[in-house]
Design a protein around this ligand. Structure first.
Ligand SMILES: Nc1nc2c(ncn2[C@@H]2O[C@H](COP(=O)(O)OP(=O)(O)OP(=O)(O)O)[C@@H](O)[C@H]2O)c(=O)[nH]1
Ligand SMILES: [Mg+2]
Length: 565
């Protein structure tokens, strides 16, 4: 069984191909090839359109009054041909055409006397029905012309009726008609006449008898296996149920099937299937290429996590080479003045020393510059290590000849040139944000030591005043002792003790000040490690961004693969 709408199916295929070729991101076709293929699709669509718009030329031929007009009306489902009016000229070919359909140009209507009727029955929109003149009424050269006209028809229905099938002239004309054609059918109309007499079996018997005779006549004219439809146009036109013997439905279906078959023939003749298939190969090729790319990219992306650790270590190595530079460490240490970690006398000494240093024109604790090449070198390290994912993928693409990849996802191949700026921003903001380690124990040690010295000083000074005091002593005794200690300050012994306390504090403070410089080295190193962590995070973000860029590309490929299916 043929497809009902062969041209429609083809058109759907071609429209699918057109949509496919309309995509900008084809892997296997460059712009030029794509445009060429599109032109081919368009031209094929044009041909399909012509075929779809094409019509079937069907002829009805038979003696006068056999019911040709009635049959045409029954086919159209509405009156398109008049049954009451007689032909103006009996030798005319009457052509019935739907208003939305043009007559084929090749139809030589000028060669025969003809008359065109335009109707609005869309049901037979693509079938042009030709009501041929009664063969009896055409003579001489007219007869030849009508016979030649028959050759242009796609299908021919020889119509007769129980009253007329015996007419010898019918068979004479059949002999003259072009016989090579396959599309040759017979319609025995007015089948209802068999069933006029009472008795259910009688009609069928009569019909069988007539059919046998009709077939015998046809065989006598060399038509060995004729297709004969016994129908009743009148019964169909009346509406309502159609008798079981009335094969009008089959006749109609066969006519429309002729139209589909004609499409198939024309499609075949125009080689449309082969052409479409060759275009469809482009689609298959694209689909395969996309699948390859998608698989390869997928494998690459899946391998990233396992490689990342090694990449991170390499970046850290490159990083520490730069962060160990003296100019950078000086910046860190400059931001860590000894006064920040010293307390008491040590703090005083440090502050005085720093104030003196500042007054002599030093930068003090301001932001120092780690030197011209520091950020540049670090930036270069970030660029080269942060662009690792892209570079490695690019290497795969080049090695495995996947250049077409770029048409799907134009990746930025040459790294991100903003490394220096990013490194500078990250480090400077980290310097503000991350406090240096606080040297907690160093400060605690200072407090404890100063505290002990002070306690010793008070104990020595208070001496006997405190003797005799216990936890159970009344508050009054305590106040007395306190008063004794205060007055002791103002004795010569008290002042001498105060002087030695100052000397001891100054000496201890100085020791702490000297020590603080060493502590700061350690603090700066700790701080620097935090800075390194910041830069590693930056590297990680760059790497992840590149990986998700590839992931997006993979998604795109997947989607594209799905669409191409
Ligand atoms: N009983 C019966 N009468 C029919 C049937 N079909 C057509 N007729 C009648 O036959 C007569 C002729 O019908 P038409 O359709 O005009 O026949 P035609 O072949 O077009 O005739 P011409 O145009 O004169 O060549 C009309 O009176 C119709 O009513 C049928 O199936 N059964
Ligand atoms: Mg008629």
């Amino acid at each position: 069984m043929e497809k009902r709408d062969p041209a429609g199916g083809l058109r759907q295929d071609l429209n699918g191909l057109k949509a496919f070729l309309g995509r900008e991101d084809l892997v296997t076709l460059d712009g030029e090839e794509r445009r060429e293929a599109l032109v081919r699709v368009e031209s094929l669509l044009g041909k399909v359109g012509d075929i779809e718009r094409g019509t079937l030329l069907a002829g009805l031929i038979g003696g006068t009054g056999v019911g040709k007009s009635s049959l045409m009306n029954a086919l159209a489902g509405e009156p398109i041909a008049s049954t009451s009016h007689r032909r103006p000229h009996t030798e005319d070919v009457l052509v019935y055409r739907y208003e939305g359909t043009a007559l084929p140009e090749f139809l030589p209507l000028r060669d025969v006397p003809s008359r065109e009727y335009v109707h609005g029955a869309e049901a037979v929109g693509q079938i042009i029905l030709c009501d041929l003149p009664d063969f009896d009424s055409i003579v001489g050269e007219h007869r030849e012309k009508v016979v030649r006209f028959l050759e242009h028809l796609d299908v021919l229905y020889w119509v007769t009726s129980p009253e007329k099938y015996g007419d010898g002239r019918f068979y004479d004309f059949l002999d003259e008609a072009p016989r090579a054609r396959e599309n040759f059918y017979f319609v025995l109309n007015k089948g209802d006449l068999f069933f006029g007499r009472p008795g259910p079996g009688a009609g069928y018997e009569e019909m069988a008898k007539v059919l046998d005779r009709f077939r015998a006549h046809l065989r006598g004219r060399g038509i060995s296996d004729p297709v004969v439809y016994v129908v009743s146009a009148e019964e169909v036109l009346k509406g309502g149920d159609v008798s079981p013997w009335n094969r009008f439905g089959e006749f109609r279906k066969q006519l429309f099937n002729e139209r589909s078959l004609k499409e198939v023939r024309e499609i075949k003749a125009a080689n449309l299937h082969a052409e479409t298939a060759s275009l469809r190969e482009l689609l298959a090729r694209e689909r395969a290429a996309v699948a390859v790319l998608e698989r390869r990219l997928g494998a690459f992306i899946e391998a990233i996590p396992s490689k990342k650790e090694a990449w991170r270590r390499e970046f850290e190595t490159a990083l520490s080479a730069n962060l160990e530079r003296e100019d950078w460490k000086t910046v860190l240490r400059d931001r860590l003045p000894p006064s920040a970690i010293l307390v008491g006398p040590g703090y005083g000494i440090a502050s005085a020393a720093e104030a003196w240093g500042a007054s002599r024109g030093g930068t003090g604790t301001g932001v120092g510059d780690p030197g011209g090449t520091f950020f540049r070198d670090l930036g270069a390290a970030l660029e080269s290590h942060g662009g690792r994912v892209r570079r490695e993928w690019k290497a795969v693409v080049l090695r495995e000849n996947l250049r077409s990849m770029e048409r799907v996802c134009p990746l930025e191949w040459d790294g991100d040139p903003g490394g220096e700026g990013k490194v500078r921003d990250t480090l400077l903001s980290a310097l503000e944000r991350i406090r240096p380690p606080g040297a907690f124990f160093f400060r605690l040690f200072q407090y404890v030591l100063y505290g002990f010295i002070l306690l010793g000083f008070f104990a020595a000074l208070a001496g006997d005043q405190l003797g005799g005091l216990t936890a159970q002593s009344p508050p009054a005794a305590w106040f007395r002792a306190l008063g004794g200690v205060i007055t002791a300050f103002f004795t010569p012994r008290g002042l001498a003790a105060l002087g030695s306390l100052v000397v001891v504090f100054a000496l201890v403070g100085w020791r702490f000040y000297i020590r603080a410089r060493k502590v700061i080295y350690g603090l700066a190193d700790g701080w620097n490690r935090r800075m390194a962590e910041e830069l590693v995070s930056l590297w990680e973000a760059e790497t992840d961004a590149a990986a998700s860029e590839l992931e997006a590309c993979r998604k795109h490929l997947q989607l594209k693969g799905d669409v191409l299916k």
